[in-house]
Design a protein. Structure first.
Length: 173
């Protein structure tokens, strides 16, 4: 189950409990934005198979701005699930247990970041489901999110052919 929680009160405590009681893998992306800043924290979810957040959201949930990576490693160890930290132009990390897989970004100039975190989540959650190589997950996520950020306001969907051509370009560089 892919869960994208944008903080519009669609997910009540009762509904979250219902989701967590389903015997399915739950991939969660909790978005903090200017309308729900500090009120839509990831830690309202207790059971998940994968959790993907940007650095600001992790800091809010941990209430700690200094040791984000350490806190994520501890959480990954406790939950025994992979967790993603997206950091915009600084790249991203996939943390699974004590392993920290970092990937830089490949795009120097972004047109619009709207939807880049969702694009990252879309591919990384699916890769997590199929148990892809851990070090490939942030690479594929960053590549797709970076390509997505080259267009204004989600005006274009990046299709498979375009994405594979972009990956080939990066890998041949």
């Amino acid at each position: 189950i892919l869960i994208c929680d944008y903080g519009i009160d669609l997910f009540s405590k009762k509904f979250i409990t219902y989701l967590e009681n389903l015997q399915k893998k739950r991939m969660i992306n909790v978005q903090t934005n200017s309308l729900n800043h500090g009120f839509n924290l990831f830690n309202k979810y207790q059971k998940y198979s994968y959790l993907c957040l940007d650095e600001r959201e992790w800091k809010l949930g941990f209430n700690n701005h200094d040791e984000v990576i350490k806190n994520i490693i501890d959480l990954s160890n406790n939950k025994k699930v992979p967790l993603s930290l997206t950091r915009g132009k600084e790249g991203s990390n996939l943390i699974n247990k004590k392993h920290n897989y970092f990937c830089p970004t490949f795009i120097n100039k972004t047109i619009d970041t709207t939807g880049c975190g969702d694009a990252y989540f879309a591919l990384t959650s699916l890769m997590t489901i199929i148990n892809a190589e851990q070090n490939l997950i942030p690479f594929i996520g960053n590549s797709y999110a970076g390509l997505h950020g080259q267009f204004f306001g989600n005006e274009k969907i990046i299709d498979k052919v375009e994405f594979l051509k972009y990956l080939k370009t990066i890998l041949n560089f």
